[in-house]
Design a protein around this ligand. Structure first.
Ligand SMILES: *[C@@H]1O[C@H](CO)[C@@H](O)[C@H](O)[C@H]1NC(C)=O
Ligand SMILES: *[C@@H]1O[C@H](CO)[C@@H](O)[C@H](O)[C@H]1NC(C)=O
Ligand SMILES: *[C@@H]1O[C@H](CO)[C@@H](O)[C@H](O)[C@H]1NC(C)=O
Ligand SMILES: *[C@@H]1O[C@H](CO)[C@@H](O)[C@H](O)[C@H]1NC(C)=O
Ligand SMILES: [Zn+2]
Length: 517
């Protein structure tokens, strides 16, 4: 039954947007302004708000970080939102629903950056979120034939008041959060902002985290944030999960898959779990000229064998007859750091330490791989007569996107086609439209705010946007303006289905029922 309803709403949405297009032909400038011009201009403008000259850096509570928060509040208010900043500097904007007791759809991403970062990581999700809210409202105004009247009243401008917006959103409220810190540059602890919203910041003991000057987050919130009692204020920043139907985040892919497929958007099916190990290899230090090869216990050559054994294990899980297995394609392992002691050309290394980063969407597989890595370390070390130890430094379980959100995003992307045609030139549209008919499903190898939110609001989903060369955390980070518009349109259609069409919190179709259709 749920699936049939879902289908009906999807068809209604397609029909609505189809109708809109007929009329929109004369209104292209407005749709283009909302979906293309504004989000791209906002991204450029936000990227200029930096603590460093000639590069982009915005870290927790820095002057640029505060200026960015002020700017985001102005943009949210222009969109008819009520706004506020919470205890840790997260910026919130909300439009209530006309219906009493309606749940909220939470949208978010982060406005902090790494040092020498790019203009899209985090910022894209916030500004596309804002564009999508406007796109949804515009679509509904057209659907109700209210746009002309509104434009006449305002002398050609369209000003949507909070009360008008609420009356359009009959089925749910929208709540956009710009998280103050995701990258963790200042306190070396990720998800500070989203953990405050999820209500898990205290549980993760993050108030005790220290910045490079030795100040704890608690002190910083008291001295720089002006909070009398940070513990109480942080607890009050948590949103009540019962009021939130789902969390949705748009983010740049930060990887090469979409670009290699020639597609603008993808839907995230899950965020990979992660384990970080540190492997100690203790050999016997000695003179490079006098100790014969046969008698050596070289820590570095043992470490080298371990590095290759780990790579070979991950290669194996991905290659079967040379073909990459789709179900395993999120399993990756990396040795990114190697420390050698004493590190001199004429000394046989006495110690080697190496980091191991293992990620998979399949937690069972990851835990199995950790056991296999430990066994391989033991085997190599035993054969070489060196002493080894494996230290487990960090573990995060994977989280899965909600099937209803995944399905809803796929339907919405296809439904966004007419809306996007109204906003783009033919040549711009040619590059993206085909890609919206069937969104590829991706696993996120990187952590995102959605991971922290999912601890208390499990119904979540993410949309990925193609970025040039898969490059991120770099000034070279780039998203084509037309892809920004495509994600804005797809999210508009998604919001329309949820907040106007009544799909908020809907479950996935039952695959057995789908089989019948
Ligand atoms: C892992 O696979 C790559 C090719 O994808 C290959 O070049 C490499 O040698 C393999 N590693 C090991 C240790 O076999
Ligand atoms: C997860 O990994 C385990 C162990 O490798 C495997 O048995 C299981 O089928 C995998 N589960 C999924 C859903 O792929
Ligand atoms: C772990 O080792 C076992 C035994 O060799 C193998 O069957 C399994 O596929 C390995 N799992 C992973 C994730 O490497
Ligand atoms: C290896 O050496 C390190 C540093 O010297 C030491 O902390 C560690 O306990 C040693 N581990 C083993 C297994 O001997
Ligand atoms: Zn990010």
């Amino acid at each position: 039954m749920a699936w049939r309803r879902h289908l009906l709403v999807a068809i209604a949405l397609l029909a609505t947007l189809g109708l809109v297009v007929g009329k929109v032909r004369v209104r292209e400038p407005l749709m283009r302004r909302v979906l293309y011009d504004e989000p791209n201009a906002h991204l450029k403008q936000l990227a200029k708000i930096s603590d460093t000259e000639g590069s982009l850096a915005r870290t927790f509570f820095s002057p640029a970080h505060r200026r960015a928060a002020q700017q985001l509040i102005r943009w949210m208010q222009d969109c008819g939102m009520e706004t506020w900043a919470d205890a840790v500097g997260n910026v919130h904007g909300r439009i209530r629903s006309a219906r009493d007791g309606a749940q909220e759809l939470l949208l978010g991403s982060h406005y902090d950056t790494v040092l020498d970062g790019g203009a899209y990581d985090g910022a894209l999700g916030i500004l596309v979120g804002l564009a999508a809210v406007k796109g949804m409202l515009l679509t509904e105004l057209m659907q109700r034939d209210m746009l002309d009247r509104l434009q006449e009243q305002e002398g050609g401008e369209v000003v949507i008041s909070a009360s008008l917006a609420s009356s359009l959103m009959k089925q749910g409220a929208v709540h956009l959060v710009a998280f103050a810190d995701e990258e963790g540059v200042r306190f070396q602890s990720t998800f500070l902002g989203s953990r405050a919203v999820a209500g898990t910041l205290l549980r993760h003991d993050m108030l005790a985290a220290k910045d490079h000057s030795g100040a704890t987050l608690e002190q910083v919130l008291r001295e720089e944030g002006g909070l009398a009692d940070p513990r109480v204020a942080v607890a009050a920043a948590a949103l009540n999960p019962a009021l939130i139907a789902e969390y949705v985040e748009v983010h740049i892919e930060q990887g090469p898959v979409l670009e290699s497929k020639g597609l603008p958007l993808g839907v995230v099916v899950g965020i990979a779990g992660q384990t970080r190990l540190w492997v100690h290899v203790n050999g016997t230090q000695g003179h490079a000229g006098t100790v014969p090869m046969a008698g050596r216990r070289d820590a570095l050559t043992a470490a080298a064998e371990i590095v290759l054994a780990i790579e070979s294990m991950c290669n194996k899980t991905q290659l079967e007859g040379g073909v990459r297995q789709p179900q395993d394609d999120s399993l990756v392992c990396t040795v990114g750091e190697l420390r050698v002691w004493p590190g001199a050309s004429n000394v046989i290394p006495g110690y080697a330490g190496l980091s191991v980063d293992l990620r998979s969407k399949n937690n069972t597989q990851r835990h199995e791989l950790v056991r296999n890595v430990s066994a391989a370390v033991k085997k190599v070390c035993k054969r070489r007569g060196v002493k080894c130890g494996v230290e487990r430094k960090h573990d995060a379980e994977s989280v899965m996107s909600d099937p209803g959100v995944i399905e809803g995003m796929s339907v919405a992307a296809a439904a966004a086609e007419p809306m996007l045609m109204a906003a783009l030139t033919d040549s711009e549209a040619a590059g993206v439209l085909k890609g919206l008919r069937s969104l590829p499903k991706l696993v996120s190898g990187a952590g995102h705010d959605a991971m922290a939110i999912a601890e208390t609001i499990p119904r979540m989903g993410m949309m990925f946007v193609r970025c040039r060369g898969g490059v991120s955390h770099s000034p070279l980070e780039h998203v084509e303006p037309v892809d920004v518009a495509a994600s804005s349109a797809a999210l508009s259609a998604y919001l329309w289905g949820r907040l106007v069409g009544g799909m908020l919190g809907s479950s996935a179709p039952d695959p057995r029922v789908r089989g019948e259709l």
